[in-house]
Design a binder for this molecule. Structure first.
Ligand SMILES: Nc1ncnc2c1ncn2[C@@H]1O[C@H](COP(=O)(O)OP(=O)(O)OP(=O)(O)O)[C@@H](O)[C@H]1O
Length: 580
């Protein structure tokens, strides 16, 4: 019942802590039996008048020792619980982390980031209690009634057997509510995550909601969701309270039955007064562990749900080749008959041929949504489920080691991520052993050096995603980091969109400088930026429609030429205030 062998096997180190926890709880029970035994002996002695000061002193000594043992066992058991929880957290988070590393840059093809975060944080936390509390209780709740039965059967067998037979009624009651509870809990979790999603989305988009005065409508929508969640929470609580009531009825009913049996046996003369008292005092202990297990029932159910999610993540297929190779130092990047779909029935790239010769400057242009970024993501190994062929230096992309690919190609998008920390920390990601002088060199190339000197130099602090910098400064810093990475291939994906003209020009100057020594692939919607490219591919709805240099394409008077003319007119209009 709620025991997942695979899960326990995965965190096998925690077995010894669970065993320790059960043993200590069992020792505590033994001490409790000794305490009850002393008390009943003493009471019987007082009743029959056979007690003397020596036996009182002896009983007091044994009582004190048993109390100390009980205290030590309780402390030890909770320490064991803590150690096994710690082990579970460490092992499972490590496994999830390693799995993500093995899935690599393409992990999003198989699992959503939010799901990974939920599983690694909340999912693992739920298993912490499963291992720390539920599992030890599961074993102890079986051991305790058997131990008590073994002892009490010597005192009065009929009472002991009645008590023992009543114990399984508790798990039977739990099993009865389990099927219903499972459905209810899964509904509860669905509504909980749905409400969490809406809350996060509305919070992130609050400014937009305010601008369009749509906040009242969203509030109403969320109010309805919250009301549904309240209702289902109340249902879950009612279910839990009801099941606790049922368990209490069984537990105390069973104990009462045991007491009645003991008293009847005493009046029939089958058991001594002390024996009868001992049965009465210990009868509740038959049921308390199982009753406690029942109250951990929802922990176990959540634990099972989390472990399913964790194993689903850990079982995701990893199509990494056994004999992965490093990227050849030299060679062109060639795509032949490249097809790709994000969703089964919607192909984005329809069998395109592209060649990026080593050391050349290639531009990819085309209308929004034509598939430019998809090509870049395929080259970076993020979209692995393509068909056709993509090779670097003659080796198929899927046969390449991911780390080698990351050293070979640097990708700079329009929103490259900057981390909270110093400028030096962020730029050094490009090359961990770079000297301060090398950092200043790239920062000078991207024209950030003067600004940083007026701040705290390389120690200037950045907030999350560089939110204390301007858009242009952020892109300059991302470029500095990329330059330091010094890879043979660079892909710029709209790296200059949404920034000021001065920053755009500075960054374009650096890209053109870089193109003299490296393979550069530039994705840009602004055609003025691609004029100097060695070759331009024009993409339309996932197909290459034109290919050539800027001059050739203008000459051709096709799609490129009409886009170019339209953009030129617009730019001249901006400069002169009237159409060219
Ligand atoms: N993760 C995704 N899941 C499903 N469809 C996607 C995903 N990413 C992109 N697409 C779809 O693929 C098509 C091509 O997108 P892509 O981002 O490659 O275009 P793009 O040419 O780079 O556009 P833009 O210039 O606007 O960035 C689009 O129709 C888009 O809807």
């Amino acid at each position: 019942m709620m025991i997942n062998k695979r899960l326990i096997g995965t965190v096998s180190k925690s077995k010894k802590y669970i065993a320790g926890n059960v043993t200590l709880q069992w020792c505590s029970l033994a001490a409790n039996i000794v305490i009850m035994f002393c008390i009943t002996r003493l009471l019987e002695g007082l009743y029959t008048g056979t007690v003397d000061s020596n036996s009182i002193l002896l009983s007091a000594g044994v009582l004190l020792a048993a109390l100390i043992v009980r205290y030590l066992c309780a402390t030890g058991a909770s320490r064991m619980g803590y150690l096994s929880s710690k082990e579970v957290k460490k092992t499972l988070r490590e496994k999830i982390y390693q799995k993500l590393l093995r899935l690599g840059a393409s992990y999003q093809e198989q699992v959503k980031t939010s799901e990974v975060v939920q599983v690694a944080v909340e999912g693992v936390d739920q298993l912490e209690t499963y291992f720390g509390a539920y599992l030890p209780q599961f074993f102890y709740s079986m051991l305790a009634p058997i131990t008590l039965f073994a002892i009490l059967s010597f005192i009065n067998f009929p009472s002991a057997i009645v008590l023992l037979l009543c114990v399984p009624l508790i798990p039977a009651a739990i099993a009865a509510v389990q099927t219903w509870a499972k459905k209810l809990l899964s509904k509860y979790w669905d509504q909980y995550t749905a409400l969490g999603d809406s809350f996060l989305e509305n919070l992130q988009g609050l400014t937009t909601l305010k601008i369009y005065q749509a906040d009242a409508f969203k509030q109403e929508e969320m109010g309805k969701e919250a009301e549904n969640f309240r209702k289902i929470t109340m249902k879950v609580l009612t279910m839990q309270l009801n099941s606790i009531t049922i368990m209490d009825l069984v537990a105390y009913g069973g104990a009462a039955l045991g007491v009645i049996m003991a008293v009847t046996q005493y009046s029939a003369g089958h058991v001594t007064l002390g024996g009868c008292l001992l049965i009465i005092l210990l009868s509740a202990d038959f049921f308390i562990p199982m009753r406690q297990l029942g109250s951990f029932f929802h922990i176990a159910m959540n634990g099972m749900a989390s472990s399913d999610k964790i194993f689903r993540l850990l079982d995701l297929p990893e199509d990494r080749p056994e004999d992965a190779q490093s990227v050849p130092e030299k060679g062109d990047i060639v795509c032949t008959g490249l097809r790709f779909s994000y969703e089964a029935d919607r192909e984005i790239l329809h069998g395109i041929d592209l060649r990026f010769p080593q050391g050349s400057f290639t531009a990819l242009v085309g209308e929004s949504g034509c598939g430019k970024s998809t090509v870049a993501a395929i080259l970076m190994g993020r979209n692995r489920k393509y068909t056709g062929s993509v090779s670097i230096g003659g080796v198929e992309l899927t046969q390449l080691e991911e780390s080698s690919l990351m050293r070979h190609i640097t990708y700079i998008s329009h929103n490259s991520y900057l981390f909270k920390g110093t400028v030096a920390d962020n730029v050094r990601m490009g090359k961990s052993d770079a000297s301060d002088q090398q950092l200043w060199e790239v920062l000078t190339r991207t024209k950030l050096a003067d600004f940083l000197r007026s701040e705290q130099g390389l120690d200037t602090m950045l907030q999350e995603n560089g939110s204390n910098l301007s858009g242009g400064q952020r892109q300059r810093l991302a470029l500095a980091r990329a330059l330091l990475h010094d890879s043979p291939v660079y892909i710029f994906d709209e790296a200059t969109s949404n920034i000021d003209v001065e920053s755009e020009n500075d960054i374009m100057d650096q890209i053109q400088e870089l193109a003299k020594t490296k393979t550069v692939i530039l994705i840009s919607h602004r055609l003025a930026n691609v004029v100097k490219a060695d070759q331009i591919y024009v993409l339309d709805s996932g197909q290459v429609t034109e290919h050539g240099t800027h001059a050739e394409l203008v000459e051709k008077k096709g799609v490129y030429e009409s886009l170019w003319t339209a953009q030129q007119n617009l730019e001249n209009y901006r400069k002169d205030g009237e159409p060219a």
